[in-house]
Structures are given as C-alpha cells and as structure tokens.
Ligand binder design. Structure first.
Ligand SMILES: [Zn+2]
Ligand SMILES: [Zn+2]
Length: 370
C-alpha cells in the first residue's frame, strides 16, 4: 500500500513532526453563511425545471443564475460536521465502499476514495451544469474493478437525469494537478463518449485553457448556467490550478491548500500562487476553501502520521478564507527561504533538494503496473 502510494504527492517525504499547539478555538461552523433550507429546496425544484424544461431559453439561464446565487447560502455547516469514511485499523475488515459519495446539493457532489484502498484517500469534485458535468481529479487507483469512478459518475448522471428530457450531459475531466493520486483513473474516462479529458501535464493544461501568460490569467468554463473560473496555481506541482465555482462559492485548491501537509516543490512559484489566490478571494465571495485530502485531526495542529489508513476524528475538509490569508502571511514572513510553517489547520512543508531526490528514487523503484 505504501509503495503504491509512493507515486503520489507525499512520496518519499518523511512526515513532519506532529504539532501540538494551543487551540485558537476557531470554528468553521461559527462563520459559515446562514442555512436556508427553503432556498435550497426551491433551487432544486426550479433548477430542475429550468435545466430540463427550457434549457436553451434566456429565461432559464437567468433563473438558474439567480437561484445559483441564492444557493450560496446553503448548508455549509454540513461540511464542517460531515464525518467521512476514514479507513479502519484493520483494512482487511473494512467494508466501506471504494468511493464515498456526498451530495452537497442536487448539482454538487464530493467523492472520497476509501482510505483502505489507498491511504491518500483523495477527494474528487463533481459539479453539474445544464449541459456539462465538471469532474476534478480521478483518484489514486486506476483499476475500474476496485475503484469504479467512471461508473459512479455515470450513475450520478443517470440519477440526475431520470425521467427528465434533454440531451446527454457532456463530461469535462480536469485535474487539480498532475500527481499520481489525482490522475490514476483517467483511463476509465479517456475515449468514452461525451468525455473531454484534459491531460494533466502543465503543457496540456496551458493549451486547453488558453493560458498564454502562465501562471498569470484566468480561464472560464461554462457548464451551462454554472460558470467556473480556472487559475494557474503552480508551486505544489507545476500543473497545479485552482478553480472557483460561483454557484457554491467554493475555491477548489487541490493540494495547494487543504487540512494537512502542504508539500511545496517550488517555493517562489507557490508563494506567488497563494498571493494571487488571496487577491482573487478578496474580490469574490469565497464561502469555503476546498482541498483534496485530510491529514489533520480535529485537535488543532495535530497531524495523522503520513501513510495512515485509519484517521478517526478527522478535521473538516473545508477551510476558510482566513486560512488562505494565514497561509499567505506565513509565506510572506518566511520570505524567499523555504521553511516549515505550522498552523492549527495545515502545515507547510518545503520539499528540499535531498527529499526530492529520495522521492524520485522511491518512485523509480516502486513503479507498479496500474
Ligand atoms: Zn499533490
Ligand atoms: Zn494529493
């Protein structure tokens, strides 16, 4: 299990010291926008009507946009209290599904890979628009038998489309970045009807989104009544991007920022990327910062050991804009010299030249057919 995982983000990197800090008692729940069940239900009903009954009309677009903006106030507190499947002390006895499916709202899903299938247990985002489904990342396991990601997405599409007229939804598959624990099941999507798969190399990402001045600039993705903004965010990895979804207010940050160990490969690039994300978050309503792993416990500053296949009492997946600001401040304070930055909710861990070399050696010797 560990060797297989060596192809992924944390490969060959030793776990940092466990930080035990005084709690600041900060709480995501305390700051989340209000929950308005009525708005959520109305959004569901009218969005379904607008999408299915009149997909091409301007009125439908306006209605969807209006309701999407209202939906920003939906239940983010569910994210802070959500207990994800988190592996087992004895994985042989683990009976959790390979993929946990969490429906945030009728058009927004978060999937998590079973920690006993792969300790990285990455999160995958599935966002529905009127004509396109956006999928960020394909997980850490290629094998469709053990990790049926494509089939899971198809079943979500079938469920959403049930009994409703309309054309088949297209699929757009992109990646938060190119590490092995986020691209492994690409082969399940490649070549399938209606699927556009953006290959995870930095070159392909630039070409597909038309970034002529990488890492500057923004690109837009139109899902139909739902728009995403894509931003370059290299530093953790050269092809890293961030994605903003105006419908939820989520800023998807991949491995650049999540509740865990943030490995920084290119310090200067990473600093600049975080600065740009902060500027973006100041200009837009960001309700939550959504990454792709959990490696911290609910005890502030406490990490689970690297490679854990059992993580009881995990920290919430969603971080706040304040965490992004804190990351930026920590990086500014560190200046041009990479250093470890420990906080209650994440730990920045520079990947030194020696660690990079060890990582590459481990990767070389741990290659396995997928
Ligand atoms: Zn990574
Ligand atoms: Zn990762």
């Amino acid at each position: 299990m560990t060797l297989r995982g060596a192809k992924s983000c944390t490969s060959g990197v030793q776990p940092a010291t466990v930080w035990l800090r005084q709690s600041r008692q900060s709480s995501f729940r305390a700051d989340v926008p209000f929950y308005n069940a009525g708005v959520q239900e109305l959004t569901e009903v009218f969005h379904a009507f607008a999408v299915r009954a009149a997909p091409r009309t301007a009125a439908a677009l306006i209605l969807c946009t209006l309701l999407s903006s209202l939906a920003q106030g939906t239940d983010l507190s569910t994210l802070s209290s959500k207990v994800w499947n988190h592996g087992s002390p004895d994985c042989a006895s683990n009976r959790d599904p390979a993929i946990e499916v969490f429906r945030f709202d009728p058009a927004t899903y978060i999937l998590r890979q079973n920690k006993c299938l792969h300790f990285e247990a990455p999160f995958i985002y599935v966002l529905f628009g009127e004509h396109t489904v956006f999928i960020q990342d394909t997980g850490a396991t290629a094998d469709a038998e053990r990790f049926p990601l494509y089939e899971t997405v198809r079943s979500l599409i079938t469920e959403r489309s049930a009994g409703l007229p309309g054309e088949e939804l297209k699929l757009l598959v992109t990646h938060s970045h190119g590490h092995g624990d986020h691209v492994a099941a690409d082969g399940q999507f490649r070549g399938k009807p209606g699927v556009t798969l953006v290959e995870p190399s930095a070159q392909e990402v630039r070409r597909h989104f038309g970034f002529e001045n990488w890492p500057e600039g923004e690109a837009k993705i139109d899902l139909g009544g739902r728009e995403l903004i894509v931003m370059p965010a290299p530093g953790h990895q050269e092809a890293s991007i961030a994605v903003y979804d105006a419908a939820t207010g989520w800023l998807l940050t991949g491995d650049s920022l999540y509740p865990g160990r943030l490995y920084v490969d290119d310090w200067r690039m990473y600093k600049a990327s975080v600065e740009r994300l902060v500027a973006f978050a100041k200009a837009r309503p960001v309700s939550a910062v959504m990454g792709t792993h959990i490696e911290m416990s609910r005890v502030p500053g406490q990490q689970f050991p690297a490679g854990s296949s059992f993580q009881p009492d995990e920290a919430p997946l969603a971080l706040k804009v304040e965490d992004l600001m804190q990351l930026d401040q920590g990086l500014r304070k560190a200046g041009d010299d990479p250093e470890t930055i420990g906080t209650d909710h994440f730990v920045v861990t520079p990947v030194g030249a020696l660690q990079r070399m060890i990582s590459r050696i481990v990767k070389f010797f741990s290659r396995q057919p997928r």
